[in-house]
Design a protein around this ligand. Structure first.
Ligand SMILES: Cc1cc2nc3c(=O)[nH]c(=O)nc-3n(C[C@H](O)[C@H](O)[C@H](O)COP(=O)(O)O)c2cc1C
Length: 222
């Protein structure tokens, strides 16, 4: 698989098989991903890996809390801007509508939408859960570095026949995630990532999200 194929075949997978991912594969992916660039080579990323019994225990702990905290525990950072304008608003709307259309859940069926969103907290049944954190002293630049590290992981996953879903949904559970992972106070949770083998039969995995045209985001100054 070349880089173009890895980029093109990456998508956010929201239904995984239970098939375990070999521990060596996870380690190899992280070892390789660490070659990500970062300003000043700060390498400001931390990743916590949950698999097997610890992942099951973690899932169960969140499952137990969800009914009393359907919206989570609050946020340490705004996942989206408080005020968001076009064209971003429309893109986000389309993404949501297209996602729920794959599983035939109409807009009015709030319960079904909430239930599907809650699948985030099962990591969509993935056998590996990754949680990304960054030192609180870091700023915008280093958050971008963390994103590059994550993208490396998502692309490398494709090389191993694996899929991923980055999950900011976990930002709403930063306290419980932090406690479970025993995250040092100095580290801030950015997001989670489900990693595993895609369930090819799941309709939700058929979503191919749109992208803006080149002229909407690229400016060529001649
Ligand atoms: C940092 C980040 C956080 C995300 N958080 C979630 C999430 O919590 N739940 C989810 O289902 N998708 C999440 N996504 C997936 C995006 O919705 C998805 O990347 C976008 O719609 C484009 O679709 P694609 O990844 O299939 O190309 C996240 C993506 C990124 C990059």
């Amino acid at each position: 698989m070349n880089v173009t194929e890895a980029i093109d075949s990456r998508m956010s997978c929201r239904a995984f098989l239970h098939t375990p991912v070999p521990a060596t594969t996870v380690r190899t992916i992280l070892e390789t991903a660490k070659r990500a660039p970062s300003g000043g080579n700060l390498q400001p990323w931390f990743v916590y890996v949950l698999t097997g019994a610890s992942l099951e225990e973690f899932r169960a702990s969140i499952r137990a809390k969800l009914p009393s905290h359907p919206r989570g525990e609050g946020h340490e950072y705004d996942v989206y801007p408080k005020v968001i304008t076009e064209p971003y608003l429309a893109r986000r709307f389309t993404c949501g509508e297209d996602l729920y259309a794959t599983i035939k859940v109409p807009r009015e069926d709030k319960a079904a939408r909430i239930a599907q969103f809650a699948r985030n907290y099962e990591l969509f049944d993935a056998p590996v859960g990754l949680f990304f954190a960054i030192d609180r002293q870091m700023g915008f630049g280093q958050w971008a570095d963390l994103g590059m590290f994550m993208q490396n992981i998502m692309l490398l996953a494709r090389e191993f026949g694996l899929h991923t879903c980055a999950q900011e949904a976990w930002a709403a559970w930063y306290k419980s995630v932090g406690e479970f992972l025993q995250l040092p106070r100095q580290l801030m949770l950015f997001c989670g990532m489900a990693l595993g083998y895609r369930d090819e039969s799941a309709p939700i995995n058929r979503l191919r999200t749109a992208r803006a045209e080149l002229n909407e985001f690229a400016v060529f100054c001649n």
